[in-house]
Design a protein around this ligand. Structure first.
Ligand code: G3H
Length: 493
């Protein structure tokens, strides 16, 4: 895979490459090793600037073919893209399994959810267009409010949902008439190769251009050029803030960001513990806990802590590890090579401060697997209380007073979601109010998650900037532009 998409052409790359390894290990002469899947271009800052210029030229200050195309025209292009994408379904699902270790069920879900998301976006744009074509009248003025694109969008996203999550920004940005500079993720990059041709065939020249390589080398000059109008970034707040600062006129940059999260679950003494355990397993360990929406810290009221941790430990021990395509597998290899030692460091830190791993094999690392660990009792001196582990470790914090988990959220730098487990309606309603003002989604007796995709997805503090959802994203990647006239006798009709 040595090509990148530049100005409507798939350009063959003969320079430096980065090898892409699977988290799935195979037998080699040296023992078990991560399988080499392919290599991708490591384009230099010079080529990166050519890619930027192609996006700038295609946008042409809003006068290019794509930003001036009718809504119907843009929808037709997007429908063609979906048609071409669906043809690659099997290959993309296979690549997701091999490249990021996502189970067959979850890889399939990721692909199908993405197709649904694009189709929903097309429908939402039709609604938005109907709304925009209405005239409004006030104080002797008649006006039509149009939605106009913003310019060049730099789209960057993470490995955990390389297709779905990245497309929740790239697709709405594209369909609103912006041109796209797409920096592919580090893992999950090969899964996009079958789509390069689809982008090329479905959209006018230069509408989507791709970037591969070391972010620090190629993204820095792109941001410093001041030619990026929108930063659509999903990752850490540290990187997002660094990127924003590089822009010479940051007030002209719109940022749509989905960032840090350490979502808490609160299990009160009035919870149905079986429901709490099964939802927390889903919330904390789906895709090995590598989700921004994962439950990453579990508060349990002391009265039920023993029973809860026993049930949780039994449920975790029953999860089957294996390769992504194997039946009923829930725990799969981790793509990030530095993740197992980092998780071990967090667990060791907790143990050195008095916690235990409750389940046998918890935290045990073999090849690129880390067996999920239930760590208890965790307190606020430990790394696991504060850091976003983004992996299969479940820290459990015992508490007496319900003010304790509220204090945690008040003092945290993030505010994405919380899950409250209680069967006492009064207790639940007393907890909803403070949390509605602290996080952007309060889940009752269920895990945390982003979907359904028509619901707004955002966060407070360092968790997000802007709002995504099928409808919100169309607004986030466009601006209102008013066409107004005085009402006169001749235009009254
Ligand atoms: O990593 C963050 C993803 O947006 C999570 O999405 O809640 O649908 O798994 P999800």
């Amino acid at each position: 895979q040595r090509e990148y998409l530049l100005n409507g052409e798939l350009v063959e790359w003969n320079g430096d490459v980065t090898e892409i390894y699977s988290p799935v290990c195979i037998k080699t002469e040296n023992g078990l090793e991560r399988k080499l899947l392919g290599s991708i271009p490591n384009i230099s800052p010079k080529e990166a600037m050519d890619v930027l210029e192609a996006s700038v030229k295609a946008y042409n200050n809003g006068l290019g073919e794509w930003p001036t195309m009718s809504v119907e025209g843009r929808i037709k292009c997007m429908q063609k893209f979906v048609y071409l994408m669906i043809k690659e379904r099997d290959l993309i699902i296979k690549l997701l399994m091999w490249e990021i270790g996502k189970t067959l069920a979850d890889s399939t879900k990721e692909f199908d959810r993405t197709v649904d998301y694009i189709n929903q976006t097309i429908d939402a744009l039709k609604d938005l267009d109907r709304e925009s074509s209405r005239f409004q009248q006030a104080e002797g003025t008649i006006a039509q409010i149009r939605r106009a694109p913003l310019g060049v969008v730099l789209s960057m996203g993470p490995f955990n949902y390389p297709l779905n999550e990245i497309f929740t920004t790239l697709i709405p940005a594209l369909i609103m008439g912006n041109t796209i500079l797409f920096k592919l993720p580090k893992h999950g990059v090969l899964a996009h190769y079958p789509l390069l041709k689809a982008f090329k065939e479905a959209f006018p020249k230069g509408t989507v251009n791709t970037l591969y390589g070391k972010g620090s080398e190629i993204i820095t000059p792109i941001m410093e050029s001041g030619k990026v109008n929108v930063l659509a970034f999903i990752g850490s707040s540290k990187v997002a803030n660094g990127l924003k600062k590089l822009h010479p006129k940051v007030n002209r940059l719109r940022a749509i960001l989905s960032l840090d999260a350490k979502n808490a679950a609160i299990v009160t003494k009035n919870a149905n513990l079986d429901i709490a355990v099964s939802e927390i397993i889903l919330g904390a360990l789906s895709f090995n806990g590598q989700r921004c929406t994962a439950l990453k810290l579990i508060f349990v009221q002391k009265d039920v802590a023993e029973e809860f941790t026993q049930k949780l430990t039994a449920a975790v021990s029953a999860l089957k590890p294996g390769l992504p395509w194997e039946k009923d597998v829930k725990i799969t290899p981790l793509p990030e090579v530095n993740k197992p030692p980092y998780l071990q460091e967090c667990i060791n830190d907790a143990i050195s401060k008095g916690a235990k791993v409750l389940n046998e094999n918890g935290g045990f690392t073999e090849e690129s697997f880390v067996f999920p660990a239930v760590v208890y009792p965790v307190n606020n001196d430990m790394k696991l209380y504060h850091e976003e582990q983004f992996g299969p470790v479940i820290p459990v914090v015992p508490f007496d007073d319900i003010e304790e988990p509220i204090d945690y959220q008040v003092n945290a730098d993030h505010g994405m979601q919380v899950s409250i487990f209680s069967e006492d309606a009064q207790e639940v309603s007393q907890l909803i109010d403070p949390f509605v003002n602290l996080v952007s989604r309060v889940n009752i007796n269920c895990q945390a998650q982003r979907g359904p995709d028509v619901f707004p997805f955002t966060g407070r503090k360092d968790s997000a900037e802007g709002t995504l959802s099928v409808f919100d994203a169309l607004r986030s990647f466009s601006i209102r532009s008013l066409v107004a006239a005085k009402i006169t006798d001749s235009n009254k009709e």
